[in-house]
Design a binder for this molecule. Structure first.
Ligand SMILES: C[S@@+](CC[C@H](N)C(=O)[O-])C[C@H]1O[C@@H](n2cnc3c(N)ncnc32)[C@H](O)[C@@H]1O
Length: 287
């Protein structure tokens, strides 16, 4: 049998594999340990973990979940990073939960009055970049195109694959959803790659951003300076209450007094913190 056929057959066998509860639990516990992402044994999570690990089995020509587990247990940053990346959910879009960008536009002059023009914004689970670019575009719109903006945006994520894509700042039509044609023209250069439209962020926007890996599970958040605004949206939903509270406490410590913490619309329901005053939907001010 040819090597290609053998690989194909292996792929078909792997495709048919069903993950056992025991193996699911091992992978879920590992993911929790690394990232805080909590994956209870539900039919939805079962197929998520199964499908995503099956892809890794194929990539590494492995036969079973058990073999992949041994492969993972050998360790090494690349293996851990690939596993983490496979099990994160990276759904995002430009202007997602738009009210937060309206809030930012309204708040920039207040922040500038209080803290000066050298503002620091952190986008703490930035996925493929649409969110931090929306922040930077909002700042550019507020300041006017030609105005030199000293505002800096730090964009971080645990997933190195999405971070790489974010730093490249290049998107296809589907990934550009949420941005109207005028804004596309204004802030992106359009090219064609492999017969498809491709949009690359312009330098005037990308120069406001820095991309870096960061795990929200870190015990302490060590930054030289505190932030004036932190966006941490649509990631707390993957954490259990204990992790969520710890992360929110660390984010609050990383904020200047008078600065703002912005969570996802569905994440702030029963959020309580002695230093956070709720302002509007999922927006808090540090007091
Ligand atoms: C659903 S996306 C949300 C993206 C964006 N914030 C938004 O609202 O559109 C969740 C992101 O959180 C990241 N993430 C998950 N666990 C994390 C952790 N422990 N530290 C940092 N980022 C994490 C994932 O890699 C993913 O990119």
């Amino acid at each position: 049998m040819s090597l290609a056929r053998k690989k194909e057959q292996l792929g078909e066998e792997v495709e048919r594999k069903k993950i056992s509860e025991k193996m699911f639990t091992k992978f879920a516990e590992k993911m929790y340990q690394i990232s805080g992402v909590h994956l209870p044994f539900t039919p939805k999570n079962e197929s998520l973990v199964q499908n995503r690990i099956v892809k890794l089995l194929r990539t590494h020509s492995l036969n079973s979940f058990e073999e992949y587990w041994d492969y993972l247990e050998v360790g090494g940053t690349d293996r851990i990073s690939e596993f983490t990346s496979a099990l994160t959910t990276n759904m995002t879009s430009f202007y997602r939960e738009e009210s937060h960008f309206e809030f930012l536009t309204k708040t920039l002059p207040i922040l500038t009055n209080k803290f000066g023009t050298d503002l620091r914004i952190w986008c703490a689970a930035s996925s493929t970049g649409q969110e931090p670019y929306t922040i930077a575009i909002t700042i550019s719109e507020a300041h006017g195109e030609t105005h030199f903006s000293p505002v800096r945006v730090l964009a971080t994520d645990i997933d190195l694959q999405v971070l790489k894509k974010a730093a490249a700042g290049e998107y296809n039509n589907r990934e550009m959803e949420g941005l109207d044609p005028l804004m596309r023209q204004k802030y992106f250069d359009k090219t064609r790659t492999k017969g498809e439209d491709s949009w690359r962020i312009k330098k005037q926007v990308s120069k406001l951003l820095t991309f870096a890996p960061f795990n929200l599970m870190n015990e302490q958040y060590e930054f030289k300076q505190k932030f004036h605004v932190i966006f941490c949206r649509n990631v707390l939903i993957y954490f259990d209450d204990e992790t969520k509270n710890k992360v929110v406490d660390n984010l609050t410590k990383a904020l200047e007094v008078g600065g703002y913490l912005i969570l996802g619309h569905s994440e702030s329901g029963n959020m309580r913190h002695p230093r956070l005053m709720p302002l509007s939907l999922a927006v808090f001010k540090k007091i």
